[in-house]
Ligand binder design. Sequence first.
Ligand code: URA
Length: 201
Amino acid sequence: MGARDLEQLRVEASTCTACDLYEHATQTVFGEGPGSARVVMIGEQPGDREDVEGRPFVGPAGRVLDDALEDAGIERASVYLTNAVKHFKWTPRGKRRLHQKPNGREIRACRPWWQGELDAIGPEVVVCLGATAAQAVFGLSFRLTQHRGEWQWIGDRRALATIHPSAVLRGEDERDTLFAGLVSDLRLVADLLGSQAPGSG
Ligand code: URA
């Protein structure tokens, strides 16, 4: 498959029925950001807020990501943000919709979308936010606890996995430490982009 236009991919993904998740989600939440982005960040799946708004990382985890990007010196508007799975998977708990982890079949079914996004954008760096995205991209044997913040390659493209911003929210007493770790991993990305910037070398 050649690199398809992002807009074409978005339209195609909006009617995706490759797994059952579309049945209980409001809509497909496709990636968002510049088609010429130097960095693509891949999260797990849209949350409750993202499902309603149809945009990635606009809920509580998105706010943590915004703060971490700012501290790392990366402009959110320059990043293309997407998810390994493009429909919200949830289970009812009273009036709330509780996030459920996508399974291997759902992650595989969604693979053509993020791969299509990478092909269309051709970023210099891919950042996986959390274990689901990291295993979708690097394979099931990838262990985030062992390899977070280490540079990897996907083909000729640099890639790195770090914790998911929602891990910071769940961190209770450790929030500050977890947030600092997320920022420090994102600084590696900022440094690499700086060192590869036109005229930097
Ligand atoms: N968590 C994710 O992984 N992605 C989103 O878009 C929002 C929360």
